[in-house]
Design a protein around this ligand. Structure first.
Ligand SMILES: Cc1cc2nc3c(=O)[nH]c(=O)nc-3n(C[C@H](O)[C@H](O)[C@H](O)COP(=O)(O)OP(=O)(O)OC[C@H]3O[C@@H](n4cnc5c(N)ncnc54)[C@H](O)[C@@H]3O)c2cc1C
Length: 362
């Protein structure tokens, strides 16, 4: 039983079903919806989708990016010693990705409007409690219920997600018709602003703006995003971004206060496991939280296949992921604190190269 039908919960359901498990996804929302505009998926995540037989469909739904970073003067920056393969990922509209995953699992395996409030674990099973008073029985409960995970709250009391004060992200997907941008533009701007835009599908472009120490938020979401985006470029070289934001309908703009999950002393018990943001919601600057959540799925699938004893299988999963995340946290902090485009490019490439070359093979 999987609490949470976001990207990682849906991928977990599809993967565990593919190795013969009888899966049920419990999603609190009334529909499979994807919070967020688009998501960058790296090669390590795409391998799990290949395993599920939907790799080519997912590739077809997105656009491959070969990223360059820009400083506020408009100079393209890349760290020496790294190659295109350290900068390539697939940008996919989240809603289409989640829909494809839901179809892969089978919609009859997904219960919508099912909010998990807690669980009771025994030697023989785990009872999953829903907000409407219903109790469901499972052999294994996977908490894929995001940064504010109820499952984590019970497994690791006192592990509430923490708001990162002043740290916000704005983003949207907008129709651009035949005016799709030719290149991906990611700028590390003045006043701790980062952002840019990229083509996400034919005729659609995604833009994003990230701001530390945002100060008071005034005006509409569009005005808030525009105010910060003006720090991203000097002398008008990047006016496309401002034009994209200005043309975006207010209701299409997502505004998020960045929220972080503290480092956990445990990810599992004998019959409960955390995956995805529920286990490791991080700062968005490495743009890999979803990708690493999909890695979690591959490792969990591998350990459940290799080890018949559930508690031992979950312990194998926890050991592998906690060790990997010790390094992810170091990289994430380094990328987050980079002071300019050159340092960001260096630290980002060091992270993506490390992530891709040490990714678990499952
Ligand atoms: C601005 C930004 C940009 C990002 N860019 C990237 C990127 O480019 N690449 C990348 O890999 N990652 C990126 N990430 C990170 C990525 O978005 C997350 O890591 C990923 O979405 C986590 O997926 P998840 O399924 O674990 O959690 P979520 O997507 O949060 O899904 C959790 C699901 O659980 C449901 N739920 C919650 N509580 C309950 C409950 N009690 N009962 C039942 N259901 C429940 C929710 O409704 C939701 O559907 C970014 C994050 C941000 C904020």
């Amino acid at each position: 039983m999987i609490a949470g039908g976001g990207l990682v919960g849906l991928t977990a359901a599809a993967s565990l079903k593919s190795i013969g498990h009888d899966v049920v996804v419990l999603e609190q929302a009334p529909q499979i919806r994807a919070v967020g505009a688009g998501i960058g998926l790296w090669a390590n995540a795409l391998r799990e989708f290949e395993h599920l037989g939907i790799g080519s469909e997912i590739r077809g739904a997105g656009v491959e990016q070969n990223t360059w970073f820009f400083n506020p003067a408009g100079d393209p920056v890349r760290a020496p010693g790294y190659t295109d393969s350290d900068h390539r990922f697939l940008l996919v509209p989240r809603a289409e990705l989640n829909d494809l995953l839901a179809d892969t699992i089978g919609r009859d395996r997904i219960r919508l409007g099912a909010q998990v409030t807690g669980y009771t674990e025994t030697d023989a099973d785990v009872l999953v409690h829903l907000a409407d008073g219903e109790t469901l029985r499972a052999d294994l409960l996977i908490g894929a219920d995001g940064v504010h995970s109820r499952v984590r709250g019970q497994l690791v009391p006192g592990s509430d997600a923490v708001r990162h004060p002043g740290h916000y992200a704005w983003r949207a997907i907008v129709p651009t018709g035949d005016q799709d941008p030719a290149a991906t533009v990611l700028t590390v701007g003045h006043r701790r602003t980062r952002g840019g835009y990229a083509r996400i599908a034919h005729g659609r472009t995604m833009w994003m703006v990230n701001q530390f120490d945002a100060g008071p938020l005034t005006g509409s979401r569009r005005e808030r995003a525009l105010e910060r985006a003006r720090n991203l470029a000097e002398a008008g070289w990047n006016d496309e971004l401002l034009a994209l934001i200005a043309e975006t309908p207010e209701e299409s703009i997502l505004e998020n206060q960045v929220t972080l999950v503290p480092e956990l002393p445990r990810w599992t018990s004998a019959r409960v496991a955390l995956i995805g943001d529920a286990a490791h919601g991080l700062s968005p600057h490495i743009a890999s939280g979803g990708t690493l959540g999909i890695e979690d799925v591959g490792v969990l699938r591998g350990s459940l296949t290799a080890e018949a004893d559930l508690e031992k299988a979950l312990a194998i999963y926890e050991r592998a992921r906690a060790a990997r995340f010790d390094a992810v946290r170091e990289h994430s902090a380094a990328v987050e604190h980079a002071c300019d485009a050159a340092e960001f490019a260096q630290r980002y490439a060091a992270f993506s190269h490390w992530m891709l070359t040490t990714a678990p093979v499952t």
